[in-house]
Design a protein around this ligand. Structure first.
Ligand code: FE
Length: 135
């Protein structure tokens, strides 16, 4: 996949302050505050920075955490994971493969069939809804 690389200055111009803080500076939105933690609409969650499709609403579940949560990515190639030792914890960070946006973290306590929990920040995502009745 071809990477999208932009300077910090350019990202700051393209994104709103919360998107920039979360996606480019590895921030975390407070739980139960983001646009999508309780969203049930059908559609595709794309990267807020580059538009790459990341998650499908069909794989979204109510984790009770206050962050949008998915049990699988739309395509494993579209998300990149790496070890994160920040905040005195060992976690698995999830990033957009194409533009390296910080999306959130991956945990192993999700539902069947994968037992994965992609714990994402709404600010790093943009939901493109499928219109009712559209094929
Ligand atoms: Fe991206």
């Amino acid at each position: 996949m071809e990477k999208i690389i932009k300077s910090d200055q350019v990202w700051r111009k393209l994104l709103n302050p919360e998107q920039y803080r979360v996606a480019r500076k590895k921030g975390t939105e407070p739980p139960f505050t983001g646009a999508y933690w309780n969203t049930k609409a059908a559609g595709v969650y794309k990267c807020a920075c580059c538009g790459l499709p990341l998650f499908d609403s069909e794989h979204k579940f109510d984790s009770g955490t206050g962050w949008p949560s998915f049990w699988q990515a739309i395509d494993e190639k579209n998300v990149h994971t790496q070890r994160d030792e920040s905040d005195d914890k060992i976690r698995t960070e999830v990033l957009c493969t194409r533009c390296a946006a910080h999306l959130g973290h991956l945990f192993n306590d999700g539902p069947a069939p994968t037992a994965l929990r992609y714990c994402m920040n709404s600010a790093a995502l943009k939901l493109v809804e499928i219109e009712a009745g559209a094929e």
